[in-house]
Write a protein that binds this ligand. Structure first.
Ligand SMILES: [Zn+2]
Length: 136
């Protein structure tokens, strides 16, 4: 299992995660398009904030489901609780060391049309579960 580490620009906020990076997710919603972030989904079992908990600020808008964290000193967005899975995490791959982003397959999330995009993801997940005979 690999451990990936990342940080904000000034270095106060550092984090690590251990689930494999197989692609980068680009979202076209109003905030992600402005940040230019590339996301990787993880969860509490695979993600840990190492330093800078007190240096983080959080931004919320709209439905206030997502929590977008950023370093209050350097302004860099390191990770978020995404609206699609607010109990989980997405980390900004642009803040992670040792990744060559140009070779990572990119996936797109149509966050500009969030409800339809979220429904499409749910449908795809249910279809996959049904194929494996796990649907309850
Ligand atoms: Zn910082």
């Amino acid at each position: 299992m690999s451990t990936y580490t990342g940080s904000c620009h000034c270095g106060r906020v550092t984090f690590e995660f251990t689930n494999a990076v197989v692609s980068a997710l680009e979202c076209n919603c109003s905030i992600c398009s402005r940040k230019g972030a590339l996301w990787h989904a993880t969860d509490n079992d695979h993600f840990r904030i190492l330093t800078g908990q007190d240096d983080l600020a959080v931004y919320q808008f709209g439905t206030r489901t997502a929590s977008h964290y950023f370093c209050r000193h350097c302004g860099i967005s390191t990770f978020s609780h995404p609206r699609i899975a607010p109990q989980g995490w997405v980390v900004n791959l642009r803040c992670v060391s040792g990744l060559y982003l140009a070779t990572l397959p990119q996936r797109r999330f149509d966050g500009k049309n969030w409800e339809q995009a979220a429904q499409a993801l749910t449908d795809a997940r249910n279809k996959a579960l049904a194929r494996r005979g796990l649907q309850s």
